[in-house]
Design a protein around this ligand. Structure first.
Ligand code: PMM
Length: 278
């Protein structure tokens, strides 16, 4: 399974907001994640956490483009986490190869044409509304159960991507954990992740540091486990996803994910070897 390291060039992301908002800090963080074995980096300039307000386009451009330019020149495989066609276009020109659109083309369908024109890889994530309103109860209704409904809604977005000219070989799907989902919805999507293979595309999953982990690990008085203390639980998810054929996991702590994958791979190879089976 590929590991996508997160570089949030934002003042307000829920887990690392403000730490890498200066270009140099973001680039240095990118270097660190690559040194830890990240296969690719996802560079984002807009926080998508519940309740977040949107940055201006100019702000988002100023955050991500210089970081992408620098890391792309050094040969890194880069994704841009954006819902905006202008930002996607500038990021691809600066050397990114993947558009990670958490809205699956719903926030601004123009992004689909940008992906098609550049023949970029396009991540179609399941999404219903912007941060300010995404956890509103109307957006938490899944008529056919969360797994089937997310799959149906992703199918519609895949059709929109195809209609805009994006080739099947360039599509990746993502169930969008935490986006208009309850904690229980997220667990169901994870447990049923193999259903998403039926869509016929590589599957990307982002569970890293999300609130549903904090809730599972909450103390008896209900206090959520702090964001930076959810990693061991996330390692278990990493192994689970790898064993179910997921293409890539989007993570903040690349070292931890790589360690978990090294154990899973070692056990798998040893289990297959003749000496073990005899
Ligand atoms: N989650 C976040 C942001 N971008 N992109 C994809 N494809 N999948 C996700 O689950 C996802 C994403 C929110 O997490 P962050 O604020 O820590 O980056």
């Amino acid at each position: 399974m590929q590991v996508m390291g997160v570089v949030n060039v934002t003042p307000d992301s829920f887990s690392d907001g403000g730490r890498f908002v200066a270009t140099d800090d973001a680039v240095a963080h990118g270097h660190e994640l690559l040194a830890q074995g990240a296969d690719m980096l996802d560079i984002g300039g807009e926080s998508t956490r519940p309740g977040a307000t949107r940055p201006l386009v100019a702000e988002e451009l100023a955050r991500v483009v210089p970081v992408i330019e620098t890391l792309a020149q050094e040969g890194a495989t880069l994704s841009v986490d954006t819902m905006r066609p202008e930002v996607a276009e500038a990021a691809l020109r600066a050397g990114a190869r993947i558009i990670n659109d958490v809205s699956g083309g719903l926030a601004d369908p123009g992004i689909l044409e940008v992906a098609a024109d550049h023949e970029a890889t396009y991540v179609v994530m399941h999404w219903r509304a912007h941060g300010a309103e995404m956890q509103h109860e109307d957006h938490l209704v899944y008529a056919h159960g969360v797994v089937a409904t997310v799959k149906e809604e992703l199918e519609q977005r895949i059709e929109a991507a195809r209609a805009a000219g994006i080739q099947d070989d360039n599509i990746v799907v993502d169930p969008g954990l935490g986006f208009s989902k309850t904690a229980e919805d997220n667990w169901r999507l994870l447990a049923g992740v193999e259903e998403f293979h039926k869509l016929g595309f590589p599957v990307l999953v982002g569970a890293s540091r999300k609130t549903f982990l904090g809730r599972l690990l909450a103390s008896p008085d209900g206090t959520l486990r702090p964001v930076t203390e959810r990693e061991s639980a996330h390692d278990a998810i990493t192994v689970f996803l790898a064993q179910r054929g997921v293409w890539a996991t989007r993570v903040h702590d690349v070292r931890a994910a790589k360690d978990a994958l090294a154990v899973a791979q070692k056990l798998e190879m040893t289990g297959r070897s003749e000496e073990t089976i005899r």
